[in-house]
Design a protein around this ligand. Structure first.
Ligand code: ZN
Length: 240
């Protein structure tokens, strides 16, 4: 199987369309989404519809649940909170219901999807250290887990000792569990402003972390025109 994995789209339709076109060119058997379809940028309605139409499996992110009142906005920074409140007003009841019903985790074959961590998906914590990864691996039953949330592509191996890699291509060890952060489609934060997604070929045992150029200026303009916080537009140029 060839799985394409996207996440942290955050209402950036210009980026999502560029990534979906790249995935179509590359060819994948299934499209998986690790959540945060909305928040920050100006096209939540269109992003929900595209993901709903194209993705085979989708899990919820904290911005998705925050939008529908399934989690507190207390820990959101002010620009994120403003965008979530704005997003709420754009969506139809049907789209609100779609976000509300997204599961926290989903397994397909030997692949787990979760926005934050396999150990406590409802807490929306980050996997940023080897210690975080160790806790996650304890709870992970599948060979491969895809996560999002930090917007930084990185791969952890459950080797002895644990290890992590920040590279674009990797062979997946069949005997070790792996956690992959696929990076962010709509708001990359690793100082590379290009859109990110992951592709895994389970037969080949190979992982690819892809980057795609998109029209950042167009996405930024939409954010400003919608009256959303200016920071949400400016950070796109810097990838942070
Ligand atoms: Zn996010």
């Amino acid at each position: 199987m060839r799985y394409a994995v996207i996440g942290d789209i955050h209402g950036n339709l210009v980026a999502l369309e560029a990534v979906l076109a790249a995935i179509e060119d590359e060819g994948a058997d299934a499209l998986l989404c690790v959540g945060d379809i909305v928040g920050y940028a100006a096209s939540p309605v269109e992003c929900i519809e595209l993901v709903r139409e194209r993705a085979d499996h989708v899990v919820a992110g904290n911005h998705d649940y925050g939008t529908v009142g399934k989690m507190t906005l207390e820990y959101f920074n002010v620009d994120a909170r403003d965008a979530v409140e704005w997003t709420r007003e754009q969506l139809t009841e049907d789209q609100m219901q779609y976000l509300r019903e997204l599961p926290l985790t989903e397994a397909c074959d030997d692949v787990l999807l979760v926005h934050s961590t396999p150990d406590h998906p409802e807490e929306f914590s980050y996997i940023q250290t080897l210690y975080d990864a160790a806790l996650a691996f304890e709870a992970q039953e599948q060979h491969l887990a895809f996560v999002g949330h930090s917007h930084v592509p990185i791969t952890f191996f459950d080797s002895d000792p644990l290890d992590y890699y920040v590279v674009n291509e990797l062979n997946l060890p069949p005997e070790e569990k792996v956690i992959v952060n696929c990076g962010s489609v709509g708001q990359p934060r690793d100082l590379d402003p290009r859109s990110a997604y992951a592709l895994v070929d389970t037969e080949e045992g190979r992982l690819y972390l892809r980057r795609v150029d998109y029209d950042i200026e167009k996405a930024a303009r939409k954010i400003l025109e919608a009256g959303l916080p200016e920071t949400n537009a400016h950070r796109l140029y810097w990838g942070r």
